[in-house]
Design a protein around this ligand. Structure first.
Ligand code: 13P
Length: 223
């Protein structure tokens, strides 16, 4: 829980400050800076180097009381300059990383970051089940959560996915609402150019979409 984010701000649920797709050095820096959770993305290293670096970071993170997510098998698409071909993770490699004591495991199962192409084949539930068999109760993370059909999301949850990362869909609703505000000329009315007004419709659109996701994912009132 982030210390400053408490009832005095009207926040009544636990809040994590999480690093997503961190490098080895970036993960260490964020632990030092007070993040409550990090993801070390070593999926672009060969498995032995991923194991070695993840192992070191598990110790550093846990000594500092910080949770750590690791990744096996790249998630396709491009995000913040991190790209991969979306290979499906090898369940045996997933076990090697899981056995290091990470708190969550992200593994490629056909998911990709960004907008899914029209010919996307969907999540590979056979791979997901095979990984789950190797890693037991360790919570799995589904990256590239934007645009995955609801039935596939629900099936993934039923098979052991506990955290779903959604970014692109929130960016899209933000852009759409901001565009509507500007195209309606509202930035030219009164003090409509004030960033607090200009960015408000987009922020509200993100909140509405988050509420929708919480309902679809079945995570309401579970904090
Ligand atoms: P999307 O942008 O595809 O929703 O992916 C988000 C994500 O996985 C962040 O790590």
């Amino acid at each position: 829980m982030v210390k400053a984010m408490d009832e005095s701000l009207g926040i009544t649920v636990p809040v994590a400050l999480h690093l997503d797709h961190g490098t080895y050095e970036g993960s260490k820096a964020c632990i030092e800076a007070g993040f409550t959770s990090i993801m070390f993305d070593g999926s672009h290293y060969d498995i032995n180097e991923n194991v070695e670096k993840t192992k070191e970071l598990v110790k550093i993170a846990h000594d500092a009381g910080v949770s750590i997510e690791a990744e096996v098998g790249g998630i396709g698409g491009v995000e913040d300059g991190v790209a991969s071909n979306g290979e499906k993770a090898d369940p045996a490699e997933c076990k090697m990383i899981a056995d290091l004591g990470v708190d969550f495991l992200a593994a490629g199962i056909g998911n990709i970051h960004g907008v899914y192409p029209a010919d996307w084949k969907g999540l590979d539930f056979d791979v997901l089940a095979a990984i789950k068999e190797q890693i037991g109760d360790l919570p799995m993370v589904l990256h590239g959560g934007s645009g995955i059909p609801e039935d596939q999301i629900k099936k993934a949850i039923s098979l052991g996915v506990s955290k779903i990362n959604v970014n692109t869909e929130l960016q899209i609703v933000f852009a759409k609402a901001t565009r509507a505000y500007v195209e309606a000329g509202k930035d030219l009315e009164g003090k409509g150019y004030d960033p607090r007004k200009l960015l408000k419709p987009g922020a509200e659109a993100i909140i509405a979409e988050c509420k929708n996701k919480i309902a679809v994912f079945g995570s309401g009132n579970k904090a």
